[in-house]
Design a protein. Structure first.
Length: 199
């Protein structure tokens, strides 16, 4: 896999994407030259991403299965970028710092609805952690908010977002490394689900 960090420029497209995470996904999609290549296994072009403010600059973190070509982004979209290979090889018992932005949901009948009460989405996150091979040890920053996105034909779509910083403990290294690869929760095309960890 590959991890990328893009420091955003100040173009019209940057402004559009900062206000619509689905458009950001579409723009980032241009950076994967392997899409459509017969040598690339279908599905490997998918990626996870998270937009955040880092050192007072709009920054995008991207995790992908294929090597990105960020030079194919719109002109001046990226003020700077860097990427490198990423090999998740975390072991059971390791304590890691983590950063995560998710869109907690549940099924009610045939509908998927957001989980907006703090106690409920903490329980949801604990369950995802258990199924994903890790345990939450500490949460020292949590921010929830509504995020509005737009898709052609569909129009405005509201997503409930929870950003979390904390400490976790790896319980099952196979499940945990798989969780790193696939992400957590729904709405990943809207910038949710990327689990970033640091030793």
């Amino acid at each position: 896999m590959y991890l990328s960090r893009i420091v955003c420029g100040n173009t019209k497209q940057n402004s559009i994407d900062n206000n619509n995470c689905y458009d950001m996904h579409r723009t980032l999609y241009r950076g994967f030259a392997g899409i459509g290549d017969p040598d690339v296994v279908k599905g490997l072009e998918r990626f996870l991403f998270r937009s955040e403010n880092f050192n007072n600059e709009n920054t995008i973190i991207i995790q992908s299965h294929v090597k990105p070509r960020w030079e194919d982004l719109p002109i001046n979209y990226a003020k700077s970028y860097k990427y490198g290979e990423y090999f998740p090889n975390y072991k059971a018992g390791e304590i890691l710092k983590f950063k995560l932005k998710v869109s907690p949901t549940k099924r009610v009948g045939k509908k998927i609805v957001p989980i907006t009460k703090q106690n409920d989405y903490i329980i949801w996150l604990e369950e995802k952690a258990k199924n994903g091979g890790f345990e939450l040890r500490d949460i020292y920053n949590m921010l929830s908010m509504n995020v509005s996105c737009y898709k052609k034909i569909v129009g405005k779509i509201d997503k409930f977002s929870v950003s979390v910083d904390g400490l976790l403990c790896v319980q099952d290294f196979d499940k945990f490394n798989q969780t790193i690869c696939t992400g957590i929760g729904r709405n990943r095309a809207f910038g949710f689900g990327l689990l970033s960890v640091l030793r």
